[in-house]
Design a protein around this ligand. Structure first.
Ligand code: IMP
Ligand code: MG
Length: 188
């Protein structure tokens, strides 16, 4: 049976099917290729854990450019609410001086996480810093930050799947769907 027809009972509606996600990834990879093709310094994709791991793994395989991969983890979320105070949980393994950094996120929401990283990472001397996000929820933005590569702009709803979680669940759904509010309404 095709995965797309196995919708979790906790998902209200599917926003992006596997096929649509594949098309989004291919489009973003082509944009990144076009922009970084002639760069001489190394391109480092920085996956912001945990949510970006599925998107990043598809993106690197669609990207026909030499690149390196590293990860950071920044904690700023409790349940469906951003706590507003990001803290580094996992840092990059190597120095990034002279490298082109592409921060890869699952979703840009309040903007707390990425504006924090945009603030601290320049001190390490990268050649450039850009942001790539699978999803963008601009309605909830509290920081002045935008992504250079956006898979799709979505309305203000809590979404799960394709790496995105609620309470560490649903990351393995192959599509992105809106979580039924009844799943979290009485827990926060
Ligand atoms: P921000 O710092 O508020 O922009 O939030 C960034 C992080 O919050 C994302 O990387 C996600 O991990 C998490 N997040 C925000 N909105 C959602 C959502 O709708 N579903 C799942 N995780 C979310
Ligand atoms: Mg995340």
């Amino acid at each position: 049976m095709k995965n797309e027809s196995c919708i979790s009972a906790d998902v209200e509606r599917v926003l992006f099917s596997e096929t649509q996600l594949h098309e989004i990834v291919e489009r973003i990879a082509a944009e990144i290729e076009r922009d970084y093709r002639d760069c001489t310094q190394p391109l480092l994709l920085v996956g912001i854990l945990k949510g970006s791991f599925v998107f990043l793994s598809d993106l690197v395989r669609a990207l026909h450019l030499p690149c390196r991969v590293d990860f950071m983890s920044v904690k700023s979320y409790n349940g469906t609410q951003s706590s507003g105070k990001p803290v580094i949980r996992l840092d990059l393994k190597e120095p990034i001086e002279g490298m082109h950094l592409l921060l890869v996120e699952d979703i840009l929401d309040s903007g707390n996480t990425l504006s924090f990283l945009r603030e601290i990472l320049p001190q390490r001397g990268p050649a450039s810093i850009k942001i790539c996000t699978l999803l963008d929820k601009p309605d909830r933005r509290t920081r002045d930050i935008h992504a250079d590569y956006v898979g799709a702009v979505i309305p203000d709803a809590f979404v799960v799947g394709y790496g995105l979680d609620y309470d560490e669940k649903y990351r393995n759904l192959p599509y992105v769907g809106v979580l039924k509010p009844s799943v979290y309404e009485h827990k926060e």
